[in-house]
Design a protein. Structure first.
Length: 366
């Protein structure tokens, strides 16, 4: 049964998340919509009558992706002023949004049909902190298995250049350099060789398709035009040389990959970012079980590791966790990060956020 109050509250939850992550445009839009959205349009009615769990479904960002697509296409000048941050009054924002929903309802309605596809290359900078921890413990060579790869832009992690607090990784001359704002000690300069990168997604996107490229651009938040440039450059990198991305259920795929022969001297790494919240619990349970079973078989010659960047709702940002085998397989925090990787903190004082297991419940998509 639809819960109008709960559906409005999803926008307030997202507003909090935006306010803690330097996203005032979407923060203002969330507050305006939560306080005054009506059923005057079919889109407005669908939002207020949303039958699912709106936070888990990332309902606000489904809508905002569609609205941003209109702005990027030059289809709505008034809405563009909201996205540019020149219209800041809550009542004026609501009036513009209501008018846009009525005028562009046929275009916007399909954006509510599926979850956001925020395939952000900047997250690779945070994930690198997990990989660095893995190679410090198990040796320089890793093979990466990513679940929830979306369009595969983080499968380019071996082709990006990284400046992590002044410590450099990756190939010189890479088209994309990921340079997050840094807090805490920089990581050590350790040998790191990514021997292979493969990924899967239950509904992978072809980044080389112009419609998909436009969709990915629409999910970039308006406050960060540098992200839009980076996403478009990463897409061009995929056009020049593709990535190993398969359509598959996460549990089926990781079970099959873990069953493959593993080269000696190479750590096999499960990697994911802002994915866990979307996995149905039976799938998440199978992934956990497969990793624990692989960990029990692991040896010094053939280690297993898990690197995860997932949201922590209480703190409003991402936590980068690592576990590996042989060893106790316990989770440990190596960094916290902005949802899109614009900052990374290696401040060890954040260890109080460690949890025994990745949460099964939804957090918030960004």
């Amino acid at each position: 049964m639809a819960d109008e109050a709960g559906n409005r509250n999803a926008f307030l939850i997202q507003e909090h998340y935006c306010s803690t992550n330097a996203a005032p445009v979407y923060g203002r839009m969330c507050k305006a919509i939560a306080g005054g959205l009506t059923r005057a349009s079919a889109v407005g009615a669908r939002i207020l009558d949303w039958p699912g769990e709106p936070t888990r479904d990332a309902l606000p960002l489904r809508l905002f992706g569609g609205l941003h697509a209109l702005v990027l296409a030059g289809a709505d000048d008034q809405l563009a002023a909201v996205y540019a941050g020149t219209v800041t009054d809550e009542h004026e924002i609501l009036a513009i949004v209501e008018r846009t929903l009525a005028r562009h309802g046929d275009t916007l309605m399909p954006w509510l049909d599926g979850p956001p596809q925020t395939n952000e290359p900047g997250r690779s900078g945070a994930l690198m902190m997990g990989l660095i921890e893995v190679v410090r413990e198990h040796g320089p060579k890793v093979e990466i298995l990513e679940i929830g790869s979306s369009a595969g832009l983080n499968l380019l992690i071996d082709r990006y250049r990284f400046d992590l607090g002044g410590t450099m990784f990756g190939p010189d001359g890479a088209p994309v350099t990921i340079r997050p704002e840094w807090t805490g000690p920089p990581p050590p300069r350790v040998p790191l060789e990514i021997v292979s990168v493969r990924g899967c997604d239950v509904a992978p996107m072809d980044a080389t398709d112009p419609a998909v490229a436009a969709r990915l651009a629409a999910y970039v938040w308006p406050e960060t035009p540098e992200r839009l440039i980076r996403v478009r450059t990463a897409i061009e990198m995929v056009r020049q040389r593709g990535v190993a991305l398969e359509r598959a259920d996460a549990a089926d795929w990781i079970e099959a990959r873990l069953a493959e022969p593993q080269p000696a001297g190479v750590t096999r790494v499960l990697m994911h970012s802002v994915v866990w919240q979307y996995l149905p619990e039976p799938i998440a349970h199978r992934v956990r079980a497969a990793m624990v079973a692989a960990g029990e078989r692991a040896s010094a010659e053939r280690p297993i590791a898990w690197v995860a960047m997932e949201p922590d709702r209480a703190f409003g940002h991402q936590v980068v966790r690592v576990r590996s085998w042989p060893g106790d397989g316990a989770w440990r925090i190596v960094a916290t990060a902005h949802p899109h990787g614009s900052w990374v903190s290696a401040d060890s004082s954040r260890e109080e956020m460690a949890s025994v297991e990745l949460p099964a419940a939804a957090k918030i998509e960004v």
